[in-house]
Ligand binder design. Sequence first.
Ligand SMILES: N[C@@H](CCC(=O)N[C@@H](CS)C(=O)NCC(=O)O)C(=O)O
Length: 231
Amino acid sequence: MLEVWTWPTPNGHKVHIALEELEIPYKIVPVNIGKGEQFRPDFLALNPNHRIPAIVDPDGPGGQRLELFESGAILIYLADKTGKLLPDDPIGRYSALQWLMFQMGGVGPMFGQYGHFHNYAPEQVPYAKARYANEVIRLHGVLEKRLAQAEWLAGKEYSIADIATYPWLRFPERRAIDLADYPNVQRWFTAIDSRPAVQRGVEVLSENQRKGTMTPEEREILFGQTQFQKR
Ligand SMILES: N[C@@H](CCC(=O)N[C@@H](CS)C(=O)NCC(=O)O)C(=O)O
């Protein structure tokens, strides 16, 4: 059975949602990133970048075992494996890949840095806080413009581009965003949020979601020297 090495974060949710949408049976292998399990040798062997998610598909291309990390690559693989969630026509396919890359290179990293400097940095850095707050607003504006022209990010079809972006748009109040200011993003978000497969996907491992503030140990593991040791 396909294994997903994962944890309940936006990059993990993307893969859980895609697997639920595609009805692919899967086994969850929890990697508790707050406890440092991403540095375990068995996980590092799968992903030297020590970040979830990663998958192992014993029935990969040509029946061979496939190991894969980077959530965007995993989504493309799952779509290609099943022939679903990526448009068949080349123009639609490249549009979906374009918006997937926009999420991977823009929305994810910028929203992540917003969270870091607003919630976790040990010192106040007004320049960084303003920079990432402005980026979050700018990126919502780009999504609003796109979704005013098209029903879904790729165009006419729901695709892995929507699945990749949706988990990052949850809890907008945490980024001082009111989706009422972005009516087309709101319409798109509600449509995705109400899909049963999406609801099942975000529930995967949800009992492990951190409640309250980070402990000093978690902070060290995620942002301290543990990250930067030579491995
Ligand atoms: N570009 C990577 C990013 C993955 C990523 O940043 N994962 C986070 C959780 S959302 C993680 O594993 N963090 C562990 C750590 O920073 O040590 C992807 O999309 O797969």
